[in-house]
Design a protein around this ligand. Sequence first.
Ligand code: Z5A
Length: 206
Amino acid sequence: MPGLFIVVEGPEGAGKTTLVKRLTRRLQQAGYQVLEVREPGGTDGAEAARALVLDPERHWSPVAELFLILAARAELVTRVIEPRLREDYWVVISDRFDLSTEAYQIAGRGLPRDGVFAANQLATGGLRPDLTLVLDIPPQVGRRRQAAQGKAPDRMEREDEELHERVAQAFRDAVGPGVVHLDAQRTPEELEGVAWDAIRARIGTP
Ligand code: Z5A
């Protein structure tokens, strides 16, 4: 597909949303058309699934949680991301995607890797990010940032310390085509600079 699919990943409070917004501005200033999305979410149905899966009052089995997230992803990919990558927009930038499923549902919840990969493949139709920017940060630093923000913890954020440590380790260990790790303890300006360098390296702009 002609468009570029960029994903920003990392633990809670790493600065993903802040970076996505800065990169959107930067890409637009450079003349690209940009669509910003978040996961889970981005369509009516996917936002409904997000509300269900992150509701702290609800209880889901790990498999049910996976399928709610993948239902949201299938909707977002089919209805929003793929059409844009094919036609109007040059860049789709997403706050989280399938590396989050590896981190939370496989490493965090302990679901079997092969089964989750197969289900994810079905949900995405095989769509892969061109570039995945992983924000590396100790989970307690991210949580301190969220606390300072006054954000009410969602269902995942209420999980125990051990789960969040496994999640953070999975993000730290992530490797593969297009995966770039960035130190998220830099200032937002510095982080934007190194992320922009990674994007330019990917798209070949001097
Ligand atoms: N989930 C899942 O389980 N499986 C999946 O496959 C997917 C998701 C896709 C979605 O939460 C939840 O869904 C997530 C995993 C699960 N839950 N958990 N846990 P989300 O993505 O909507 O939210 P989040 O990642 O948990 O948290 P967040 O608060 O949105 O964090 P963030 O986007 O990384 O950070 P931020 O909002 O940009 O910044 C947080 C604060 O830090 C804020 O006050 C900023 O001003 C400040 N900040 C930002 N950057 C910096 C720097 N560089 N230095 C200092 N301070 C900074």
